[in-house]
Design a binder for this molecule. Sequence first.
Ligand code: PLP
Length: 341
Amino acid sequence: MANTIPCDGLTFSLYKDADKMMMYESYYRDGAWDAGQLVPFHPIELSPAANILNYGQGIFEGMKAYRTVKGKIVLFRPEKNAQRFVRSSEKLAIPSIGEERYLQAVKEVVLANQRFIPDSADGRCSLYIRPVCIGIEPLLGVRPSREYLFYVFASPVGPYFEKVGVVRLMVMDVHRAAPNGTGDAKAACNYPVTMRPKVEAKKQGFDDVLYLDPIHNRFVEEAGAANFFALMENNVLVTPKLGSILPGITRESVIQLARDRFGLEVQERELDVQEVCERAKECFLTGTGATITSVESIGWNGQEYNVNRNDFQLAHRLYDELLGIQLQKKEDPYGWIVELT
Ligand SMILES: Cc1ncc(COP(=O)(O)O)c(C=O)c1O
């Protein structure tokens, strides 16, 4: 296809020519957001005392724009990300940009960067969109900023995990989020704690960390940037209940597809890691980056458990359904797809 970039060689990282792309920015000062505008991708100048640099008052989102088999450029359930962004703002005492402004900014960025949306018939590559909002006021005492920057940039990306489609997860003695904390918001502060465990897991040959709840150190929460599902031996699909995990939009979509398309019973409940390791037939991760990624094994309690006793079948079928809708290869009875062109 003309005027696009090739999918081959793209990984989940910032594009080498990001500085040739457009971004959107809007400032909040004196109690109001300015009109906002599209500008070339550029560095941001901040005071060394800016809230975000010292106290981390920042939130973000992650979405993808796809070039579909119908030749359209589409977003997947963007209003859900807008709603989550507003909820994350509230949680961190950030003045909300509002769902409408958020959606408008995302659309403008996608349309301005059309030529960077990779051509990918199998959906492995797409344009990743990153809306962010940060407190930029210089301050010393701990309090919410009175000035903010909302911006949206984008990058063509390939698959999130280096090994496409299958990962090994490691349970570690680190917790990602506390009850009544910020785990259910897409807040920048949730991620630094995952850096060291991820490095350690990789050193030991795993791809990511599987986090357990911080009270009992027993119930599965989620991976570093993806939600977790286990198909149990009685063919019930179980996913950890909401609370301190991120309410993933892929998670919500997969629950609906599993029920509607495959007639599966889906339970959102506490999921004991021992139950998963010993009795799950199949496990997988869901997320905008991860799409649906099968879990081959889980390292827990000094052992590595093979949790693939189903030949990854359900993950493959769900992947085909989800990608089928996202790439307009399949009907979209839910109205999940928003066409931008
Ligand atoms: C911690 C965490 N959990 C889950 C997810 C999956 O959420 P979504 O499906 O909305 O992308 C993400 C983001 O991708 C995440 O950062």
